[in-house]
Ligand binder design. Structure first.
Ligand code: 5GP
Length: 116
């Protein structure tokens, strides 16, 4: 079970963000410290998952929905044709900073061939 993080505060509207997409289950907003020309974070509004390694069978619909949202967001941002990368950092070795499941969409320019 995830704790309350900065992302919960963003979902609650207690901390501002540059929102790019929202529905009942998902919020997407610009990363405050972008690693690429386009850097958007896509999060479930629920904070019940700290990281990908906690995802369970009952989360399958939510996870599928997040992937569909990522596809829609990339199209809306106009990066679907040129390409983009989706990353989720799960845990310590991946240097996950915020313990609330999230997916990074990176694009808008050529990215490094590898991510490490
Ligand atoms: P992680 O390392 O956990 O995968 O990524 C966390 C991301 O959240 C980082 O890229 C960081 O820049 C971003 N971030 C941290 N705090 C905030 C914030 O208050 N607002 C926004 N928009 N992004 C944040």
């Amino acid at each position: 079970m995830a704790q309350d993080t900065i992302f919960s505060k963003i979902v609650a509207g207690e901390i501002p963000c540059n929102k790019v997409y929202e529905d009942d289950l998902v919020l997407a907003f610009e990363d405050i410290n972008p690693s690429a020309k386009v850097h958007v974070l896509v999060i479930p509004k629920s904070n019940h998952l700290e990281r990908l390694s906690e995802v369970a069978t009952e989360d399958a619909n939510l996870m599928g929905h997040i992937m569909v949202c990522i596809n829609k967001i990339a199209k809306d941002l106009g990066i679907d044709k040129t390409g983009y990368r989706v990353i989720t950092n799960s845990g310590e070795n991946a240097h996950q900073e915020v313990p609330h499941l999230h997916f990074h969409i990176l694009g808008g320019e050529p990215l490094s061939k590898r991510n490490n």
